[in-house]
Design a protein around this ligand. Sequence first.
Ligand code: GLU
Length: 441
Amino acid sequence: MLTRFAPSPTGYLHVGNIRTALVCWMYTRSQNGKFLLRFDDTDLQRSDVKYIDSIMQDLKWVGIDWDSNFKQSERFERYNEVFLQLINEGHIYACYETREELDIKRKLQLKQGLPPVYDRGALLLTEQEKIRYEQEGRRPYFRFKLDRNEAVKWNDEIKGEINIATNHTSDPVVKREDGIYTYMLPSAVDDVDFNVTHVVRGEDHVANTAVQIQMIQALKAKIPMFVHLPLLLRFGDSKISKRRGGLDIKSIKEDEIEQMALTSYLAKLGTSDPIEAYVDMQSLIDSFDIKKFSSAPAQFSLSEVYKLNSKVLQQMSFEVVKERLNQIGVNSPEFWYFIRNNIERFSEVAKWWQICKSNVEPVILDKELIKIALNALPQGDCSENTLSEWVKAIQQTVDVKAKDLFMQLRLALTGTKTGPELAKLLIFIGRENIIVRLREY
Ligand code: GLU
C-alpha cells in the first residue's frame, strides 16, 4: 500500500484536512504501507514556503510521519511531457475564449434553460483561426476532453459504489493561459508515477475523482482505490463558529489541547468505535479499520475535544510529562498523580502547585473560626486523615457544620472556592504553610 497526503501550501492546516491526513496515515500504517507527503504548489504565486514549513510542523505535532516528501513545482518537466503527449493523442485541446466570452456563453445557456457546460467550441477552430487569435495576442488555455460516453464508476471504500455521469461536466481546464497547471492533471500524473495505491481524501473531491479517473485511463495506467471521507461539519458548536476561518493547530495549541486529545478525537470521529482517549499513535493504528467509517458527515465539536483533554491528562504517566513539569518547577510524581485527575488543561498544574507551595491570597470569612482552626491543627506531618481529624477537633470547640468548615478552610488555605479534594491538598500544602496562612489573620 502506498498513499499520499497532498495539501496545497496556500494556508495553514485546519482540523478538516488534519483529519484527512490522519485517517490516510493510520490506514497506511495499519497495512505497513508507505506514506508520501506531496505539496500541490503548481500555483507558485499562491503557494508559500512558510505554509510548507507550518504544515510539516503541524503534521509532526499531530503524530504523523512520512516516508518521503516532494513538491509538485519540482516536476514541471514531467507534467510538460505528459501534457504534450495528451495533446498529441487528442485528450487535451487548446481554447482561446476570454473570460468575458465564456461568461456570455454561460449566461446564454442558462437563459435557454441549458446546463452551463463548456460547448467545446474550441474544437471547431481551424489552424488559421488559432493563428489569428495568437497574432491578436490571445494566449491559449487548455482543457482535458472528457469521455462522455459512459459514466465513471468506482467502488469507494467508504462511500460504496459511485457512478458519475460527465455529460453535465465542462471539460476541465488543465493549464491556464498564464501557463499554470491547475491541480487536476499534475495530481493524476503523480498518483500514477508514484504508484499510489489508495487515494484517501475529502468528499469534496468526488467530482475531481471522476475526471482524474479519466485522465489516468488516458495515461493507460492502473486506477488506484479511492476513499472519500465525509465532510466534517463544524457548525452547531458555538465555540467554533465564534472563530474566524478554520480551526487550525495554532489555535488548538493556544487552547492547550493535548496532542493525543485532538488526535484521538479526529481518529475516531465518524467511526463505529467510541470516541475515547488513546494513549499513543500505535493504539490508534492497531484499532484502525477503514470499514468502521460511516459515509455520513461527522460533526466536529470542540467541547468534546475538551472533555477528552481531561481524560488524556489523567492517563499521562509522570515519565511522559516530566520535562514539561520540570519547566514549571514541579518535580514531584505524587503531585502529578494527584493533580492530573483534577485538571482540564496542563497549565492548571502550575496554578495548583503555586497554590500549594507559594503564597496565596487567603480569603478569611470568620477570623474567630480560623483562629480556633489554627489551634486545633493536628500535630505531625499532614496525611490523608489530617482533614477529618482536624474538623472533628474544631467541632469540639465550636458548633459549625462540616460543610461550612470545609469551605472556610479551603478559602483560607487556597484562596478559592473550588478545587481538588481538600484532604489531599493539605498533604501538598504542608503543615508549615498551613500555619503561616492561618496565622496571618
Ligand atoms: N491539493 C488538494 C487539496 O488540498 C489535494 C487533493 C488530493 O488529495 O488529491 O485539496
